[in-house]
Design a protein around this ligand. Structure first.
Ligand SMILES: Nc1nc2c(ncn2[C@@H]2O[C@H](COP(=O)(O)OP(=O)(O)OP(=O)(O)O)[C@@H](O)[C@H]2O)c(=O)[nH]1
Ligand SMILES: [Zn+2]
Length: 328
């Protein structure tokens, strides 16, 4: 049996790359048995079956990033180091989509990085940057980016350094610059896309499946350590795999207050003595915006940042969505 890395998946077809050779050998594989649960980023063991291969086993995963809606769960990728959420000054990003992606990253235990592209659109960029203030306060890294001015642009150089040696899943709404980013950082991507499409014989579906691109395969020194994973699906980001009571723990701004609630099983929706509600700003009924707590450590580091009203609205919406019985 040989070992390999799943670099693309489409339905029951997987493209598996073996480590041999300068470009790696790529081979179509099919999962053995009914279950097709290998995803891009999986290390698998396969055996030859004629011209193709059969996946016999999946190595244990470090993590699995996925989404789940009413009907099914869909994996983005396994064994990733970083989730890069690429948004832009224009088109205006949806805070709810951003929040969902961050919650999914928290749930999977994968570090996120937010990049705000199109900094050349100065005014729109400043407005969008302001909309991200709460996310910076929560401790999420946010990087301004200008992909239009090419690989030599300072922000692109900075981003490249941040991604060095990592397998990064790139997520973003349409129009934010995902293709521009991948073509810029992974110069071989075009060619790799062609290979993948012809290998999987799904030319018309090239944009609907997840693909793994080496950033450093064609660069000097040649290596296969830094990768970008392109995956569609930012628009319909189902979080049904998360239970409603877990939700606040996956939102750092709410989490910072939740331990001070009067009831240990507080839903932060209506309870008396809820420290999350007390921290929501502004809002007439919840105006004081401060926490009364006797926790000494909290007093030493000062009050935690408040919860913006839009973050709290997103929490309520998601909580309602995750509390609904499934409608299969
Ligand atoms: N002004 C400006 N435009 C940019 C920048 N980066 C990308 N664009 C433009 O934004 C548009 C969308 O970029 P794409 O890379 O096609 O975006 P995408 O996210 O792949 O979008 P889809 O193909 O719809 O998924 C293109 O016209 C790019 O030229 C930037 O830094 N500044
Ligand atoms: Zn509460």
């Amino acid at each position: 049996m040989s070992s390999g890395l799943v670099v693309a998946s489409h339905g029951r077809h997987l493209l598996v790359e073996s480590p041999e050779g300068p470009g790696g050998q790529r081979l179509i594989c099919h999962p053995r048995g009914k279950k097709n649960d290998a995803v891009v980023g999986d290390r698998v063991r396969w055996s030859p079956t004629g011209d193709e291969g059969s996946v016999e086993a999946i190595e244990p995963r470090r993590n699995l990033f996925y989404r789940q809606d009413e009907l099914r769960s869909k994996s983005f990728a396994a064994n990733i180091d970083l989730v890069l959420i690429l948004i832009a000054a224009e088109p205006e990003f949806s805070e709810s989509q951003l929040a969902r992606a961050l919650i999914a990253a928290e749930a999977a235990g994968i570090a996120p990085l937010i990049a705000l592209n199109k900094s050349d659109l100065t005014e729109a960029h400043a407005r969008a940057w302001e909309r991200l203030a709460a996310y910076r306060r929560m401790g999420y890294p946010v990087l301004p980016l200008n992909l239009k001015h090419g690989a030599g642009q300072d922000s692109v150089v900075t981003l490249r350094q941040r991604l060095q040696g990592l397998a990064t899943l790139v997520l973003g709404p349409s129009g934010a610059g995902k293709s521009t980013l991948i073509n810029l950082l992974a110069p071989g991507a075009q060619a790799q896309t062609g290979d993948i499409s012809s290998a999987l014989n799904s030319g018309k579906h090239t944009t609907t499946h997840t693909r793994w691109y080496w950033v450093d395969q064609d660069a000097e020194p040649k290596a296969r350590r830094t990768a970008l994973i392109d995956s569609p699906g930012f628009q319909e980001f189902g979080l049904r795999h998360i239970e409603a009571p877990q939700l606040a723990g996956l939102m750092p701004d709410l989490r910072a207050h939740a331990s001070a609630c009067r009831f240990y099983n507080c839903t932060h929706l209506h309870e008396p003595g809820c420290a999350v509600i007390a921290a929501v700003e502004p809002g007439p009924a919840l105006a004081d915006g401060r926490l009364s707590t006797d926790e000494p450590t909290q007093r030493e580091v000062g009050p935690e940042p408040s919860v913006t009203s839009s973050r709290y609205r997103i929490y309520r919406e998601l909580h309602a969505e995750l509390s609904m019985p499934p409608r299969y």
